[in-house]
Each structure stands twice: as C-alpha cells, then as structure tokens.
Write a protein that binds this ligand. Structure first.
Ligand code: GDP
Length: 443
C-alpha cells in the first residue's frame, strides 16, 4: 500500500473513535493529536498540519451530526473530508483531446522522470492510444537507451539521437516525426541535469515555445517530502498548463509531505508513481487516495453519498435476475460490473448491509473505469464459447487472449480471478441478504 505507515497511524487514530463508548471533547483532542503526530512523521509541513487539525477539531466539536448518523460516524467523515480537501479537490485526469496531444515532461535528474515517461506511455497505450516518445535529453546519452529498453517490449517507438546536442531541435524534430506517424499522443522527455528550479524552468520554456505542448508535467521525487513545495510553486507560476506527478510514494515515509506540499501550491497532481515497474503509475484522486489510506472499508462516512446514490440507481428486472443467479458467464459479469459502477463504491454499500459487513475480500470489486475498459478489451478477444463458458479458458487460451487484446497474461488472469471471486461471492449470498440488498435500492 502507498504510504503504509501514515495510513496505519491515521486509521489507528480513527479506530480509537470507533471503539470508544462515547465521544467527548477529551477523546476528540486525543485523536486530533494522534493525527498531528502521524502527519508530522510523514514530513507534512507543521503549519499545514496545524491548520488541518484545527479545522478537524473545530468541526468535530461544533458540528451536529445529521439525523441518522452517529457522532462517531460524523467525526470519521469529517476527518476523511478534511484530509481529502488537504490533498486537492477533485481528480483531474490528463485528457487526450486532440490528435496528436503533446505532453512535455520536466524534472530534476533522479526524480524518476525517464521511468515516469515510460509509465505514462504504457498507461495510455493500454487505454488504446497510439503513443510516441521523444527523448530530448542531450546531457545523458543513456536516457535514449533507457527509454528504448523500457518501451521496446511494448512496441512503443522512441525518437532520439544520442549524438545530437541541441535539445530544442531534437524535441521539435521528434514531434514533427510523430506527427507523420499517426500517433494520438506524443510524450517529450527532457534533460534532468538541472541544479535549480530556475534552469529547469528555463529549459521547459524554451522547448515549450518550440513545440507548444498541450500540457507540461513536472515530475517530483516524493522522497524529498515537504521540499516539494518550492519546486511545485516555481513551476506552477511559470506555466499555466502545469500538472505534477509525484514519484516513489511506495518507497518513502515522506510521501505525505510531498503530496500535501504540492497540493498546497494548488498545482494539480495527476498521477503518482508507486514502484519501479512500468505499470506502477496511478491516476491521482484525492478522495480515493484518502479512502485507501484510511482503509475506508470501515468508514460509514460515505453514508451521504450512499443516500444520493440510492436516489439515482434504478435496476431493471433483468439486473435483479443477474444478482440472484448463482451462475454467471463473463458476459453477465461485465453487465454487473457496469451496473455496480453506476451505484458507486459497491464495497461501501455492501458493508453497510448488516450481516454482510466486513467479510468481503478487499479486492473483490474495484470497478474503476479503466479496469472496466481493460476488461472489455480482453473480453473482445475472447470467443463466444469462452465468454459463455469461462471454465474452458486454459493457459494457452490465456496467452492467445492476452496477445490478441494487447494486454498481458497477468491482466487476463486478473479478469478471470475477479470473475471467479464474484461468482463465489454471489453464490454465497443467501436470499435474505439479497433481498436486503435489493430493498436498499428500492427494488
Ligand atoms: P530520471 O533521472 O529523473 O530520469 O530518473 P529515472 O527515471 O532514471 O529514475 C531514477 C530511479 O528512481 C530509478 O532507479 C527508478 O527505478 C526509480 N524510480 C522511478 N520512479 C519510481 C517509483 O515510483 N518508485 C520507486 N520505488 N522507484 C522509482
């Protein structure tokens, strides 16, 4: 998990509330102190910590919980809300609006920029875009080879010339080259040999003027903690189209500091790097991030959202049938995943149903848009027979499906695992539980 120790410390603080017999001022203050300690240990800026925790304390002591929500639940929700606000507001994905969309990446050497460029290229390739990568790092001849090594296995083309000394010229040629190659997205990598933000930003300006990118992305090393503030601020002031990727959040205790520092500048964090492998890149969504950080399974704070969802969701007879049937095909599963996605965070919803509660496996249902899209791509490469009768999918079929869909064997296996888990789960539900679930949605 990203930011393990911070997550643990914060959720321990919340558990104190959950376990307490009643909530009084002393308990609130104690929990606020625990939260402060946890954040400071993650290198979050002292002033930011104080501001955040003061607000949590104020709201926890002053606000009255709405009808139907206990004081405990209310406080947990306040902590969740304030932490989310602390990390930015909403998720802002990188959009591929025009063809080709040009992204320019900058970052100091060692920040993980080259790796991140490769991760981004792969991320968008997996979503069906044709991507070209331009290496305009004229300082480090190894950069071009590093990119090629990372991207050749995925047949993502890298444009570069280790002997060229003019970065601006290279960037321009690279973009022109890919414009003739019918790509959807061009990602331009730049040199990272900058001692200061000033030089970094100067190079970004020069290249930027030449290639007119749709978005400039600064890659920041998450291990530098709250020092990320200055880098992010200088960058944000220099470019109106700046977004940020914070890397190495898997390996740093200071990641909380880096994320909150960047968020404090108002620059949007769009992705986070969570490992050295090419797939270790995640879109950054403050609400989702905080949910995971806190282990939000046991937080009823989403009750309000739940209520909103309750109004929106309408199931057809057929959907209910699908829920009630113990035997699914992959096609059913896809339809179900879609229906559930409309409901919102299914796990939270199911956890609110007495008797179903906390026995749900964590990985059971995380039906993000991307995952669904990937599942669909994989299913498109399956035969009708395989879709209706997934049991026949053996290893050689898996290999064929992965090849055909441009995904990996791991991806196909992931889909099958999810299918098997869902099948088992719905089989294990009894009539009473299912009808409770149905009633929740006014069915
Ligand atoms: P650059 O000099 O900025 O281009 O940095 P590189 O891309 O060469 O990365 C520097 C080091 O950081 C390499 O060893 C990468 O494997 C590592 N790295 C990059 N991103 C991450 C990440 O998200 N997590 C971890 N643990 N390591 C990373």
């Amino acid at each position: 998990m990203v930011l393990d120790s911070l997550g643990r410390a914060l959720s321990n603080a919340l558990k104190k509330i959950a376990r307490a017999g009643s909530v009084d001022e002393a308990l609130v203050k104690e929990v606020v102190r625990d939260i402060q300690r946890a954040l400071l240990q993650a290198d979050v800026n002292v002033r930011l910590v104080l501001k955040l925790t003061k607000e949590i304390q104020r709201r926890a002591l002053e606000e009255k919980p709405p009808a139907g929500i206990s004081k405990k639940e209310h406080i947990i929700k306040i902590v969740y809300e304030e932490l989310t606000k602390f990390l930015g507001t909403e998720a802002k994905p990188i959009e591929i609006k025009e063809k080709p969309t040009v992204l320019l990446t900058v970052g100091v050497q060692g920040s993980g920029k080259t790796t991140t460029v490769a991760k981004l290229a792969r991320y968008f390739q997996k979503r069906g875009y044709k991507v070209g990568v331009v290496c305009s790092d004229t300082w480090r001849p190894g950069a071009y080879h590093q990119l090629k090594q990372l991207l050749d296995p995925y047949h993502i083309e890298v444009f570069g010339d280790p002997n060229e000394k003019d970065a601006v010229k290279l960037a321009k040629e690279g973009v022109e080259y890919f414009k003739t190659r019918d790509v959807d997205l061009i990602i331009v990598d730049t040199a990272g040999r900058h001692k200061e933000e000033k030089d970094l930003i100067e190079e970004m300006r020069m290249i930027s003027e030449e290639i007119r990118p749709h978005e400039v992305i600064l890659v920041i090393d998450g291990t530098i903690g709250q020092q990320a503030y200055n880098q992010a601020l200088a960058f944000k002031e220099a470019t109106p189209i700046g977004s940020i990727i914070v890397t190495k959040l898997d390996s740093s205790a200071k990641g909380g500091g880096a994320l909150s520092a960047v968020a404090a500048t108002g620059a949007p964090i769009k992705f986070i790097g969570v490992g050295e492998k090419i797939d270790d890149l995640e879109p950054f969504d403050p609400a989702r991030f905080v949910s995971r950080l806190l282990g939000l399974g046991d937080i009823q704070g989403l009750l309000e959202k739940f209520k909103e969802l309750e109004k929106e969701v309408e199931f057809t007879e057929e959907d209910i049938d699908r829920f009630l049937r113990g035997k699914f095909t992959l096609k059913d599963m896809y339809a179900q995943l879609e229906a559930m996605r409309k409901m919102g965070p299914l796990k939270q919803i199911l956890r609110m149903i007495p008797g179903l509660g906390y026995s749900l496996p964590d990985e059971l249902i995380s039906v993000g848009e991307e995952r669904l899209r990937k599942f669909k791509v994989i299913m498109d490469s399956m035969t009708e027979e395989e879709l209706m009768n997934p049991e026949i999918i053996n290893y050689s079929r898996i290999k064929r499906i992965a090849r055909g869909s441009g995904t990996s064997i791991k991806d196909v296996k992931e889909l099958l695992t999810q299918y098997n888990q869902m099948k088992k789960f719905f089989k294990s539900m009894n009539k009473r539980q299912l009808s409770r679930l149905a009633r929740r949605f006014g069915m």
